[in-house]
Design a protein. Structure first.
Length: 706
């Protein structure tokens, strides 16, 4: 719904393709010296609907690291092919027009000295061009605070009208690599988001101008002016721009030390440019939570132009042995910045800043997708024999050899969930274990494992599915404490339309549809009759929706299951009279978020997290937890007493005093004993980031669908 950026692009196209050669020196210079790429409409769904999000309700400008959406993948393909040294992302709305000169914190994997050199000088040119037509600009790091779009706090650094500048500037950072220009910085050189002036306000347009230079047309004029002045600047500096982009690649290939940065007034703690390690190892086999997710991570790295090697033989380091075939990502490569930002856990910046423009404050694919990663320090001697690979290894899989009474699948990855749902969709019978059992070799099979018969037809189907997915169906004996899975659970998501929760559930192979509380209240036939479970992140319907309330109450009384996330997902149960003693707390605002550690309290006896190790990680946006749970519930996972935050922004202040040791996942029945219910303090369907949490959600769905 930021239409004027598209309009400005068509102005540019029209001028370049209709101006006769030799009649406009500026046009001639651009056509002679620039390869110009324009993505006319990054979000066609959103343009048609008049909304920021795409048709799956994803904000595409937060998807450039996860890369879950097709529009994002298309844009990344263009960037990877052309390696643009300059990217402008045309957005709205800030008055005066904001041209992104980012505040702290800066992503550690950006060569900030070179980015700053070109970003500041190019914005100088943009500002001069805007001033020449009577328009002002906002430059966050330069103009902060008065025009930096952050709160005017009494007693704060700007209440006296001063402009503190880069040393304290916050609120428009490039910490997160998931924005369009931030991803582009990792493969190119310079980039800015351009937030055009607010077309509905009084300050968007040339002072004293005619109507055609104000309002929406004023916003369009602002974007056109920034784009054209950028092209002129880049033409004049093209050789130096390309030289410095190559310098970033050169530093990477040599894994060079980070240079000192930067000249005053930008010399703030070396602008977050921490040293790179020697390498990251992604083990296969022992020491890896999920080989399938390790391969998924490697596929992402290769798709993003990152070089990956594999070990030619078993290799020992730091008291552990990495099996032959394990993956190694050395930092002596051109894309070391992008590789490191995706593989390292990140940094705890809680004591360094007070706010972020947008969460999440940590994003490591390994920690959020469930692939173990071992970082080799820069000081370490590590030179194993390796081969360069062009695709992930083919993982062995299938049924475990030997005589079997049954075969079991542990739900320890998103790949396992998708494989199970595909088998169920083909009509293959399965049972879910409610308690742990022991395999024929004496090893434990956790609660939540899914058991299949060992007849020849089923065995052949499992073997083929396992080999295709790289999963092993283990030999076992079906335990006594099991329940049949009659079909893939059908889930009603209490929302007004397709959103990220619906998308993620469908991605796992569940039948998931949006059902609004308004629809529940007005539909002639109860929509919940078609579903086995409800997933919810919102509140209990208001008193103005009595039929919706009655239908939900009847659904749970009739055995329907419940999956709830966040504070609202817990309050829903309390307000609906489903449970007593369930209370939640959270600490949001200011971009508080990150990667948190959690302890598997339920162990292998938990039907929800039985397949997880004793400790694991999750994404928190915002941090949330339960201050009490009902007597009919059991804690599956809790925060540790110390060391909750692995990376991100969350200072454990007095408002967070109840978080250490608090429950974050619990399951049980409602007070009447008719409905199985699981609550997650941290939403496991947040965007498409926390794939590591999807198996727990899926296990909760199979357990609750009885």
């Amino acid at each position: 719904n930021e239409y004027e950026g598209v309009d400005a692009m068509f102005d540019l196209v029209e001028r370049l393709v209709t101006t006769p050669y030799g009649t406009d020196p500026e046009v001639d210079a651009i056509l002679d010296h620039v390869v110009l790429l324009w993505n006319v409409d990054q979000n066609p769904d959103g343009r048609v609907r008049g909304q920021r999000a795409n048709g799956n309700n994803f904000d595409l400008n937060r998807d450039f690291l996860t890369q879950s959406q097709s529009e994002t993948l298309a844009s990344i393909g263009i960037m990877q092919r052309w390696l643009p040294p300059e990217v402008l992302d045309l957005h709205g709305y800030v008055t005066p027009t904001l041209i992104e000169a980012t505040t702290k914190p800066h992503n550690p994997s950006i060569e900030y000295d070179l980015w700053l050199k070109w970003n500041q000088s190019r914005i100088d040119a943009n500002e001069a061009a805007m001033n020449a037509i009577g328009l002002a600009v906002t430059r966050p790091i330069n103009d902060w605070c008065p025009e930096g779009d952050e709160p005017n706090v009494p007693g704060g650094p700007c209440d006296d009208g001063s402009t503190p500048g880069p040393a304290v500037a916050e609120g428009w950072d490039d910490w997160g690599p998931f924005y369009t220009p931030m991803y582009a910085q990792h493969i190119g050189l310079n980039g800015s988001t351009v937030e055009m002036c607010n077309s509905t306000g009084t300050g968007c347009g040339v002072p004293g101008s005619t109507t055609h230079q104000r309002g929406r047309l004023g916003a369009r004029l602002a974007q056109s002016t920034v784009v054209w002045s950028t092209l002129q600047f880049d033409v004049a500096n093209r050789s130096e721009l390309l030289h410095d982009e190559l310098e970033i690649y050169r530093r990477g290939v040599l894994n060079a030390a980070r240079p000192p940065c930067c000249p005053p007034p930008f010399d703030v703690a070396n602008n977050w440019m921490t040293e790179y390690p020697t390498a990251h190892v992604i083990p296969l086999g022992p020491g890896q939570r999920s080989n399938a997710e390790a391969n998924r991570l490697v596929a992402w790295l290769l798709d993003n132009g990152i070089q990956v090697e594999e070990l030619k033989q078993d290799t020992s380091f730091g008291g552990r042995t990495f099996a032959r075939g394990s993956y190694v990502v050395f930092m002596n490569q051109a894309r070391r910045g992008l590789a490191n930002t995706a593989l390292s856990v990140g940094d705890d910046v809680s004591n360094s800043i007070s706010q972020l423009y947008a969460p999440p404050a940590a994003w490591s694919h390994g920690y959020l997708w469930g692939a173990d990663i071992v970082t080799i320090p820069r000081s370490a001697a590590f030179a194993p024999q390796t081969n360069r690979i062009l695709s992930p290894s083919h993982l062995p899989g299938g049924v475990e050899p030997g005589k079997a009474d049954a075969y079991a699948l542990e739900l320890d990855s998103a790949t396992a969930v998708r494989t199970l749902n595909a088998l169920l969709g083909r009509g293959i019978a399965a049972q879910v274990a409610l308690a742990p059992s022991t395999g024929p070799d004496g090893d434990a099979l956790p609660a939540g494992s899914v058991y299949f018969a060992a007849d020849p037809a089923t065995k052949d189907a499992l073997d083929a599915a396992g080999k295709d997915a790289g999963l092993t169906f283990r030999r076992g004996t079906t335990p006594a404490a099991t329940e049949p899975i009659d079909r893939v659970p059908r889930i009603a998501v209490l929302t007004g339309g397709v959103n990220q929760d619906v998308w993620s559930l469908r991605n796992l192979g569940f039948t998931a549809e949006p059902v609004s509380t308004t629809t529940l209240n007005t539909a002639l036939e109860d929509p919940l009759l078609n579903y086995d479970l409800v997933f919810n992140t919102g509140g209990w319907p208001s008193a103005a929706l009595p039929t919706a309330r009655a239908r939900l109450t009847a659904f749970f009384a009739g055995g329907g299951g419940y999956l709830g996330a966040g504070v609202n997902g817990a309050n829903f149960l309390t307000a609906g009279g489903q449970v007593l003693g369930l209370a939640a707390a959270s600490r949001g605002g200011a971009g508080r978020s990150g990667i948190v550690n959690w302890e598997n309290t339920g162990g292998n006896a938990s039907p929800i997290v039985g397949a997880y190790p004793s400790t694991d990680t999750a994404i928190a946006d915002p941090p949330a937890w339960y201050t009490s749970i009902p007597s009919s519930f059991t804690t599956d996972a809790r925060y540790p007493n110390t060391g909750i935050l692995a990376a991100g922004l969350w200072l454990l202040d007095p408002q967070s005093a109840s978080a250490p040791g608090a429950t974050i996942i619990a399951h049980g029945t409602n007070t009447a004993g008719t409905s199985r219910q699981t609550v997650f303090a941290l939403n496991p369907l947040y965007r498409a980031d926390p794939e590591r949490e999807w198996p727990a959600l899926a296990s909760a769905a199979y357990w609750a669908d009885r």
